[in-house]
Design a protein around this ligand. Structure first.
Ligand code: GDP
Length: 366
């Protein structure tokens, strides 16, 4: 008995396949294939971004986040083309420990800024997403109203690579967003780790959200982060928490006076607010506007951006040299050998590093 016959009445019988009709639009297949193998060219991305098309912006950010070697050149070219269109914008960093109310704040504040006629983009740097175990920021549904608003664009953190790599990609995403007409860019990060420094180095104004009654250690926020803040907001100043928030505000204000003044002549202050009920959002905006006015007048705003650009230039060079060095299989092989020798005390770290560098310079940099 053939196989086919024995399965005739069985539920496991596999029917012969039916020839599928052609797609209604024969070009559709072609397009899908093209998209997979070879995403749009830079011109198409650029046109899409310029027209403010959010889907195109999203796809363009995916391109710059790509680690495929063939995407590197078009991604670089796209950023270069977008650069002249970016700049007349405001970049706001927002940080604070998980649960402090960052997304509630950005949603509420962002919607108010849209009402004032702005277009708002929200980018995130989530250090926890760099490890494979999910992310602090990304796991929940965040900023639902802002997320669906036509004048807003929200992009979660890139999750591959190192913090430095993600920070660089976020900067580039910021440039694309600005070219797409978003004039206020929030860069949000979780206040636990090194990502605050990375964010502070890419924004104009850095806002730290805190809670009242966090204890002496300032709720895990390191002193260094407070020093970077242009404004501290004690959030959840509502209901029974209002009094405690006021007390905390005074404490933080006193603490701030001990810090050296910020470059640019700006004196950071402390406000209380309720992101949930939208209290004091206007005062926060007033502070930001005063900062912009002062620093644009005295030149610090522009100076800061130029320094950030120079910092990026240096960082890119470091990264490229690092990638070239560690991208050589022979180097990796020798690295392993030297590592064993160092751990076994067979060679000093100085001698080992010199030998490997001599080999590297001799082999690759002729
Ligand atoms: P994030 O982790 O910093 O982004 O914090 P979320 O914005 O997700 O807020 C954490 C929780 O605190 C949520 O349940 C919010 O509803 C709540 N929350 C945020 N802001 C306020 C506020 O101003 N007042 C009160 N009472 N609750 C708030």
């Amino acid at each position: 008995m053939s196989d086919q016959k024995s399965h005739k009445k069985s539920a496991l019988r596999v029917n012969p396949g039916v020839e599928q009709p052609e797609a209604i639009n024969p070009l559709l297949h072609q397009k899908a294939g093209k998209f997979k193998k070879n995403p749009l060219d830079v011109k198409e991305y650029f046109a899409g971004i310029q027209s403010g098309d959010r889907t195109m912006l999203s796809r363009a950010i995916t391109l710059i986040e790509s680690t495929l070697p063939q995407d590197k050149a078009p991604a670089g070219e796209l950023v270069r083309q977008c650069l002249p269109l970016s700049g007349k914008t405001l970049r706001l960093g927002v940080t604070g420990v998980p649960g402090v109310g960052k997304s509630t704040f950005i949603e509420n504040f962002g919607l108010q800024l849209i009402e004032k006629g702005h277009k708002v983009a929200v980018l995130t740097i989530d250090p926890s997403s760099l490890r494979s175990r999910g992310s602090i920021l990304g796991d929940k549904t965040r900023m639902e109203k802002l997320g669906t608003h036509e004048k807003a664009f929200i992009r979660p953190s890139a999750s591959a690579g190192t913090l430095g790599g993600v920070a660089r990609k976020t900067r580039e995403a910021m440039i694309l967003c600005e070219a797409a007409g978003y004039d206020i860019i929030f860069v949000e990060t979780v206040g636990v780790g090194q990502s605050e420094t990375a964010v502070a180095q890419m924004v104009d104004f850095f806002l730290l959200l805190m809670l009242a009654g966090g204890g002496d250690e300032l709720q895990g926020i390191k002193r260094g982060i407070m020093e970077m803040a242009d404004l501290i907001v004690i959030n959840k100043a509502d209901g029974e928490n209002k009094k405690r928030a006021d007390l905390a505000r005074r404490e933080f204000e006193n603490a701030l006076h001990l810090y050296p003044p910020l470059p640019g002549g700006w004196q950071p202050s402390v406000l209380t607010a309720s992101a949930l009920y939208g209290d004091n959002m206007q005062q926060i905006w007033n502070q930001i506007e005063s900062f912009v006015q002062l620093t644009k007048q005295n030149g610090f705003f522009e100076e800061n951006r130029k320094n950030q650009d120079y910092g990026l230039f240096e960082e890119n060079i470091h990264q490229a040299i690092h990638d070239h060095f560690y991208g050589q299989p022979e180097i990796m092989k020798q690295l392993e050998t030297y590592k064993n020798q160092i751990l076994n005390r067979q060679i000093s770290p100085y001698e080992a590093s010199q030998k490997l560098l001599d080999f590297y310079f001799g082999s690759f940099l002729k």
